[in-house]
Design a protein around this ligand. Structure first.
Ligand SMILES: Nc1ncnc2c1ncn2[C@@H]1O[C@H](COP(=O)(O)OP(=O)(O)O)[C@@H](O)[C@H]1O
Ligand SMILES: [Mg+2]
Length: 374
């Protein structure tokens, strides 16, 4: 029943798909090694979830999530049965600890448990623990650094239950922020002028939360979650035009795609009134930019760092027309939308246009799919 939570840091047997269970929907990515050509996107699909089925990373309605995952699997056409799942960062506590070198695996486990009990605010029986030896301490060869991860057992079990009820095996349990980091680090490495030591700020703007992380050479030096997301724009549309939430959500997305030049004629019919851009969207973009600049200020005041070299935007809201421009101009930092599939070849069935329009929302799913190559 329990996944091998050890696999948080370990490898997994291929073929494996990444499955991101988010409040707005479930997303699947399958990657393959295409040899000289690098990575190939084999499958990539999304299935929306009814509102409330997943909230703040918690699975509130198991049946609805299972139904969506089943539809997603069918739609994607994948034959893989092993999945990598992500835990919401808020449900996992991670902590670096120092232990004496030379312990046996068994002694390590005992030590980790006893250290963990000091940091974890709930009973260890309710917790699933994992750890990974980082390596010897720089300052002393007699000590090793160990990364400890603890999650509420029930939160893990919920995700495993979704996988099993959908005929899948939860082979890798990761943390969403780790998966996003893996995907964005890969993208950043392909960006011209990407030097070692580059300070990257990643803003994942989702439905109800924005996850901010600052990364240097693949290491997270600071992170924070802000209660800001695309739901509030949808609510603004609801208020301004008297639409139901679902309708407002659909029109918001259709409008964005159309404005970005990706929309179909069918979507054009689901348009919003002419005043939308100035009266509703613009104020939201202003608040989004303010969230970004505030987070950056907070990063500078609470750490020794004094610069950010590059901003990446991801999550469903990254596609909002005008967001990248306002963030770049308010911060005066080189900014880009993170396209996790950048530099990958596409399998015949994968539509390039969809990846371009929707790519940033697949950052976590893509990072999870990358676990196949550990
Ligand atoms: N094309 C789009 N244009 C504007 N907003 C979008 C688009 N696609 C998704 N969104 C918004 O992004 C949010 C969901 O982003 P996502 O990263 O999937 O969030 P979460 O991880 O919180 O579920 C929703 O508010 C949704 O309306
Ligand atoms: Mg998400």
């Amino acid at each position: 029943m329990m996944p091998d939570w050890k696999t948080l840091f370990g490898g997994a047997a291929p073929p494996l798909v990444g499955l991101d269970i988010s409040s707005s929907g479930v997303r699947l990515v399958e990657l393959a090694d295409a040899g000289k050509e690098g990575l190939r996107v084999e499958r990539c699909a999304v299935e929306p979830l009814p509102r409330g089925a997943v909230a703040d990373g918690n699975i509130e309605n198991l049946d609805q999530v299972v139904d969506a995952v089943r539809r997603l699997l069918k739609k994607s056409g994948t034959r893989a049965r092993h999945v990598a799942l992500g835990m919401p960062p808020a449900a996992v506590i991670t902590k670096k600890i120092v232990l004496p070198a030379g312990l046996s695996e068994e002694q390590l486990e005992v030590q980790v448990e006893s250290e963990a009990s000091q940091y974890i605010p709930f009973a260890l029986d309710d917790v699933s623990l994992d750890f990974d030896v980082i390596g010897p301490m720089a300052s002393s060869q007699d000590d090793i650094e160990v990364m400890l991860a603890a999650a509420r057992r029930e939160k893990i079990e919920d995700r495993v239950a979704v996988a099993e009820a959908s005929g899948l095996k939860a082979s890798v349990m990761d943390i969403e922020s780790y998966a996003a980091r893996a995907a964005v680090t890969r993208v950043a490495a392909q960006t011209p002028g990407a030097d070692a030591g580059q300070v990257i700020a990643l803003f994942q703007i989702g439905a109800s939360a924005t996850h901010v992380s600052v990364l240097i050479d693949g290491v997270t030096v600071w992170e924070r979650e802000q209660p800001f997301g695309g739901n509030s724009l949808t609510q603004d549309i609801v208020r301004a035009y008297g639409l139901a939430f679902e309708e407002a959500e659909a029109r918001k997305k259709a409008w964005s795609l159309q404005a970005a030049g990706q929309g179909s004629t069918q979507q054009a019919a689901a348009d919003l009134p002419a005043g939308y851009a100035a009266d509703v969207l613009q104020p939201f973009l202003e608040s989004a930019a303010l969230e970004v600049t505030r987070a950056i200020q907070f990063f500078f005041t609470s750490t020794p760092y004094t610069k950010i070299d590059r901003i990446f935007l991801a999550g469903g809201c990254a596609m909002l027309p005008g967001l990248l421009d306002i963030v770049a101009s308010r911060t005066r930092i080189a900014s880009a939308v993170a396209s996790p599939f950048h530099g990958m070849v596409l399998a015949p069935g994968v539509r390039e246009q969809q990846l371009r329009a929707d790519g940033p929302a697949y950052l976590v799913a893509c990072g999870l799919a990358l676990r196949r190559f550990d």
